[in-house]
Design a protein around this ligand. Structure first.
Ligand code: NG6
Ligand code: CA
Length: 513
């Protein structure tokens, strides 16, 4: 007979039986990768703060992006790190400020891969954490190791910096080669008609926009963009051959969208048991703006407005797809843009003439290429059905922070130097964003601390005449109180020399001398 002292009451026995089961179930929930959300980053090209109607600044209507904003967190202080493409994308994908690395300015279409393949990038981090990773759309971070042969397997591609799948245009839609690269190969290339690319000199006998202006049936160049002509549009750089692989600008949006949809089909977590990360890099509204006929004339603002409507439609289609696949509650969607807006970026496309009352910069000063606010302050929206609050957040957040924030979400450690874990800010649980942020334009830096923005003196032109945008450069210190003066009309650097000094020292601490 068991000694009475060692007898346990029946209810304790029941507890002992249940506890391990509860513990195991709990553990399973924590460690089951299925429970981590998919991540979809939709990244527009040159879309301004005022171009999204949810920001209530301009007159163009973007109902699908608005729906994301109205179901999630809309940031009023969301930034790219830079006012041009390559550095902003570099920062987003590496979690490191672009100016720490040489050569992060706008790349030509034949540039070698900019990201060191030994770097722990955002996609590599997520891949290691068990995500399927993909990129579709604009790349503009280089390919190969120099002197790239477009007819062979490309050895340094997005697939070498963490993407399981890639379907990209190499650089921009105004740069040759005008082809898509799927994983390591130019898609649809006929080996009998090799593709040749050169950024220094033309190929003998090949027409250009200068020698054969009659080829420019769709758009004419205004500045730059006068070399090879394809699909009636003159481009930057020279190209020959590869005819079967050349894109049709009007079909680009549909092609990218369909690639993203098939990626979702192929990597549906219900089938793979893994979450996915998709970087969907829209090509709109960067020049040349040649939207599909379905959108032509729809905005009343010419091709720039029509291209934005096309991008907005793509956002709607991809959200419909997530809904259809039952993934809305299981996917964090972040929408943003690589830099601010520009109207005339080198083609006669009536962007200026047909603008009407619309304000792409949303009343901010400057635009693409500028150190002023419109350069890097961009639409920034996070939406995860059932998780994100519906709110407007004034917290300062930057795309460089997505790496650390996604690391938190994926349950892994972040080691990226400049990236801050702002996951709670991203999903609207906290409004405590960054206190300090360094911004970049053509290698020049500005510094935001709290609500103040400091631009140290810089030599150079005040206005880029071709695009009619202020650079933000001045021989004097500039200091703005963005809380009172979001349009940066009042330089208070002389009034507040101590604040100016304090900010300069804080900036130098981050940047170095
Ligand atoms: C500039 C191009 C501009 C655009 C930009 C890159 C000229 C005159 N201008 O050099 O059209 O392509 O580079 O834009 O060639 S970005 O959004 O990719 O940074
Ligand atoms: Ca851009």
């Amino acid at each position: 007979m068991i000694n009475k002292k060692f007898r346990l009451p029946a209810r304790f026995l029941v507890l002992f039986a249940i506890l391990p089961a509860v513990f195991l179930a709990g553990f399973k929930i924590i460690s089951n990768p299925d429970k981590r959300p998919n991540i979809l980053v939709i990244y527009a090209d040159d879309l301004g703060y005022g171009d999204v109607s949810a920001y209530k600044r301009g007159t163009l209507k973007t109902p699908n992006i608005d729906e994301l904003a109205n179901g999630g967190v809309r940031f009023t202080n969301g930034y790219a790190t830079s006012s041009t493409c390559t550095p902003s994308r570099f920062a987003f994908l590496t979690g490191s400020y672009p100016w720490r690395t040489k050569g992060t300015s706008i790349l030509p279409g034949d540039a070698p891969l900019l990201i060191d393949t030994s770097t722990l990038t955002l996609p590599k981090m997520l891949k290691k954490a068990g995500y399927f990773t993909g990129v579709v759309g604009k790349w503009h971070l280089g390919l190969g190791s120099g002197n790239l042969d477009w007819n062979k397997e490309i050895q340094k591609s997005p697939n070498d910096v963490g993407f399981d799948y890639s379907y990209i245009m190499a650089a921009t839609n105004d740069r040759v080669p005008t082809v898509f690269v799927e994983n390591r190969k130019v898609a649809g290339l006929d080996p009998a008609d090799p593709l040749l690319v050169d950024y220094q000199k033309n190929f003998a006998g090949e027409p250009t926009a200068i020698s054969n202006p009659e080829l420019m049936t769709k758009l004419k160049w205004q500045h730059g963009h006068n070399q090879s002509v394809h699909n009636g549009v003159p481009r930057i750089g020279y190209m020959k051959g590869g005819k079967s692989a050349l894109w049709v600008d009007e079909d680009m949006a549909d092609i990218f969208l369909n690639k993203v949809k098939s990626f979702i089909d192929d990597h549906h977590p219900a089938r793979t048991g893994k979450p996915f990360f998709m970087y969907y890099a829209l090509h709109e509204p960067h020049v040349p703006r040649v939207p599909n006929a379905r959108f032509v004339g729809k905005s009343g603002m010419g091709p720039r407005g029509d291209a934005i409507l096309e991008a907005d439609w793509c956002v709607g289609e991809i959200m419909k797809k997530l809904k259809k696949e039952g993934l809305l509650e299981n996917t964090l969607v972040v929408f943003s843009s690589d830099n601010g807006p520009v109207l005339n970026d080198g083609y006669y496309d009536e962007a200026v003439e047909k603008l009407g009352k619309h304000t792409p910069s949303g009343g901010l000063r400057g635009g693409k290429y500028s150190l002023f606010e419109a350069g890097a302050k961009v639409p920034f929206i996070a939406c995860w059905k059932g998780v994100t609050k519906t709110m407007i957040s004034d917290a300062v957040i930057c795309q460089v922070d997505l790496m650390a924030s996604f690391a938190k979400l994926a349950g892994v450690k972040n080691s990226s130097p400049d990236s801050k874990d702002l996951l709670n800010v991203l999903i609207g649980k906290s409004e405590k964003g960054r206190n300090e942020l360094v911004l970049e334009a053509s290698g020049r830096l500005a510094f935001r601390q709290g609500n103040f923005l400091l631009i140290p003196p810089g030599k150079g032109q005040k206005i880029i005449r071709d695009v009619n945008i202020e650079t933000g450069l001045s021989p004097e210190f500039q200091l703005y109180d963005l809380a009172k003066d979001s349009g940066q009309m009042h330089n208070i650097a002389r009034q507040y020399p101590q604040l100016r000094e304090k900010m300069l020292i804080a900036m130098q601490k981050i940047v170095g001398d």
